[in-house]
Ligand binder design. Structure first.
Ligand SMILES: Cc1ncc(COP(=O)(O)O)c(C=O)c1O
Length: 394
């Protein structure tokens, strides 16, 4: 049996991480993997997470199974954080999942069960795991234009023109905020237009929100998702706590399915429980319990929000510094988009050859499509990167 297996293509980001580790130059700069790093290059455990874990160790008296959907208190706290009061709770079914990736997988499995013929529409470009899982599940997929290579902003006309071709019952996957890999995001007006368009077409929005709090703030980053939830009869959401709580390895996510009416909740919720059961039975609990402890304790929540704001503002400052530095060194404003982008990533718009040249000559590691992790920068490395970008002729 095993002899029939074929080698799977290496994950490009993980291969890049390895190449970075193997590079002996001490001037090298890692802008690859999507993990937040502070100015010292560390990915620290957040203060509120440490405190919540301390309390859990002291107070938790069992490790018995929780439930197929995870702890309802976790789903409730997350629903409130993401949706606020945009939709009544009795329309929302939710299940804890292993990370945001687990939530995406479960949402896709639900779509495949309910509408096997539906096409899932993805932004071009998108996080590579989206098409990879869809392909693996044997589902239909298509792309809508999203990024304008010339302006490095959203190609909204192209997006609307492509979404005009969707069929009733199709699913449109949107990034809730901090688009990965581009950093270019929809304005609220654009969210409204997309929402109206999907409703008119009878298509179902599916929102992947993995960076809430990394862009313009916790509420602002969820504004598009909330707007859409208010308008759409039904919708799917995959959320991740990896970045905003800094608990990457704890695998903490949530899948939500918003039904047109409360009466549908038992079957929808039961389906999410069934899908968890088929794939891994009970979802991981530790990260979810940490998140619940933080969100339900006013003091811990305030401290977490303050630290998240520090992280967010730090990334915004790095964006502004890099844009300023590039403005001076290139004698132009063509890199100002870096300050307009939001979240951890920006797509620089460099060619693969230019990306390669920066790696060889300057030890700068970014993904081949020129996605940069802004959090990989600091005051010392920004001028080095800016000069390398200009020298590479970007
Ligand atoms: C767009 C997007 N969605 C979802 C995820 C899921 O992350 P995780 O499975 O680590 O929670 C990520 C992580 O990189 C992401 O960038």
């Amino acid at each position: 049996m095993l002899e029939t297996l074929k080698a799977q293509p290496a994950d490009k980001i993980l291969a890049l991480m390895q190449a970075y580790r193997d590079d002996p130059r001490d001037t090298k700069i890692d802008l690859g993997v999507g993990v937040y790093k502070n100015a010292d290059g560390q990915t620290p455990v957040m203060r509120a997470v440490k405190e919540a874990e301390r309390r859990l160790v002291a107070e938790q008296d069992t490790k018995a199974y929780v439930g197929l959907l995870g702890d309802p208190a976790y789903s409730d706290a997350m629903r409130q954080m993401i949706l606020g009061d945009a939709v009544p709770a009795d329309r929302v079914s939710a299940a804890a999942t292993p990370g945001g990736t687990g939530a995406i997988r479960q949402a896709l499995e639900l779509i495949r069960m309910a509408a096997p013929e539906a096409t899932v529409w993805l932004s071009a470009p998108t996080w590579p795991n989206h098409p990879s899982i869809i392909r693996y599940l044997g589902m239909k997929m298509s792309e809508y234009r999203y990024f304008d290579d010339a302006t490095r902003g959203v190609d909204f006309d192209g997006m609307v023109a492509d979404l005009d071709g969707i069929a009733e019952g199709d699913v449109v996957l949107l990034h809730g905020c901090c688009h990965n890999p581009t950093g270019a995001n929809l304005t609220l007006e654009q969210w409204q237009k997309v929402s109206d368009l999907l409703n008119a077409k009878g298509a179902i929005p599916f929102i992947d929100i993995a960076y809430q709090g990394f862009g313009d703030g916790l509420d602002a980053d969820a504004a598009g998702t909330r707007l859409m939830a208010k308008n759409a009869p039904q919708m799917l959401i995959a959320a991740s706590c990896s970045k905003n709580f800094g608990i990457y390895r704890e695998r903490t996510g949530l899948v939500m399915a918003i039904a047109p009416e409360a009466g549908m909740k038992p079957v929808t919720q039961g389906t999410l429980a069934f899908l968890n059961r088929q794939n891994y039975s009970f979802p991981p609990d530790h990260g979810a319990r940490v998140v619940t402890t933080i969100l339900n304790d006013p003091e811990l929540k305030a401290d977490w929000m303050a630290e998240l704001e520090e992280i967010r503002n730090g990334m915004l400052a790095l964006r502004r510094q890099l844009a300023d530095e590039l403005r001076q060194r290139s004698n132009s404003d063509r890199f100002d988009f870096i300050a307009d982008h939001r979240g951890m990533f920006s797509r620089l718009g460099a060619s693969p050859e230019q990306v390669e040249r920066m790696r060889e000559e300057n030890g700068i590691y970014m993904i081949g499509d020129s996605r940069m992790n802004i959090a990989g920068l600091n005051a010392r490395t920004i001028p080095i990167l800016a000069q390398a970008i200009v020298d590479a002729g970007v």
